[in-house]
Design a binder for this molecule. Sequence first.
Ligand SMILES: Cc1cc2nc3c(=O)[nH]c(=O)nc-3n(C[C@H](O)[C@H](O)[C@H](O)COP(=O)(O)O)c2cc1C
Length: 465
Amino acid sequence: MVTRQVPRPAEVFELLKLKKPDLNARRRRLSAALTIYDLRAIAKRRTPAAAFDYTDGAAEGELSLQRARQAFEDVEFHPDVLRPAEDVDTSTEILGGPSALPFGIAPTGFTRLMQTEGEVAGAGAAGAAGIPFTLSTLGTTSIEGVKAANPDGRNWFQLYVMRDREVSYELTRRAAAAEFDTLFFTVDTPIAGARLRDKRNGFSIPPQIGVRTILDAVPRPWWWFDFLTTPKLEFASLSSTGGTVGELLDAAMDPTISYDDLEVIRELWPGKIVIKGVQNVPDAVRLVDAGVDGILLSNHGGRQLDRAPVPFHLLPKVVREVGKDTEVMVDTGIMNGADVVASVALGADFTLVGRAYLYGLMAGGRAGVDRAVEILRSEVERTMKLLGVQSLAELEPRHVTQLARLVPVPEVADQAAEQAPRPGLPRSGGKGKQTARKGSAARSASTRRAAPVDAVEKAAAERGR
Ligand SMILES: Cc1cc2nc3c(=O)[nH]c(=O)nc-3n(C[C@H](O)[C@H](O)[C@H](O)COP(=O)(O)O)c2cc1C
């Protein structure tokens, strides 16, 4: 029998939680975003379709991007219980310097298109968070402008080696003069990938205004206000020939770039050098032999070769092969701090985020990037605490397995990579060659973490037999 009573006004009043409304709409909007996908939803509402699609989209059927995100979603974590992890240390050393978190901001082209603050917001937010910022060759803020936005933090420069080599060399010299400490040499863009959304939207650089654009502008007045009242949207370091980004890349990029270019750049660049866009083990081995300081496993966020390998899947194999000789990083598909933690557990020394940062930028400029970093940071910390680890060095391959949905059939994939033609290159000698390669104290951590063939890989191998 339930005992009932007349509601007492004092008790009802206690239940009423009348919060003081936040009159700052941007702050309200951003604090309501709890995940990077929430930021993406806000970004989509506030950004013209062509600009949003340029950022959000990938190449061809966008399978590479979907698969990369799926691979992270298919991670299964294995926590240890009753291990106190009240305070976690998320800091790390990467490429000779510190980072407060195991991720940095990836280079993205034409960033002021997403939101007018562009790279200045990214570099400022990175500096405030104590993580590195990477400026793209196709950036919309100059090298010196980024240095001014992040004067005390770490700035990295991403280099495209273009048909006009002198343009690339001059940018390299300027980045060195502005004390950028690391150069990311992107090698997965001999030609542009087919970004079909850009074609379908008729997106061009500089943006053209047609009837569709005007209709699209109506619900997004702030973006247009910014666009029309701030300095012209253009590349900071290149002159644009007009056309889609793909057409521009095709005009600027040289499909004949080779190891000879790496030698030239090595001579020009005084700092650390990382190759961005490595996608198989033999290339990783050869690059380490060529003396690079790091490799970034990446398929350019799925924007180049669609159906390229999932970088996260390559990670254990590459770490096993070269993890003690070089720093191994990974990007593509990271949308959650847990993805970063999983990568570190499988041996990554560092990760980069592209779209996760850009969704924040589109959702709210600098404050939006701060929010994106904050979301990722809290996810990294929470995942570490729930796993029972206090520092990144405690993360091990045993903390991660993957559900089998997207695991490549290893023998076929490995044989294909092994048989890739390597003109003029003696075949890789596997593990035995490692003694000949460069050593570094920083590498011992990744070697310690280098994954044994995990249970899922074994199971997949058996299925493939
Ligand atoms: C809009 C956009 C522009 C990009 N521009 C460049 C670029 O100019 N140079 C480059 O090396 N990579 C570029 N990338 C690739 C990123 O550096 C990074 O590899 C990728 O975004 C990682 O995947 P994620 O977006 O899923 O994090 C771009 C990515 C996006 C989304």
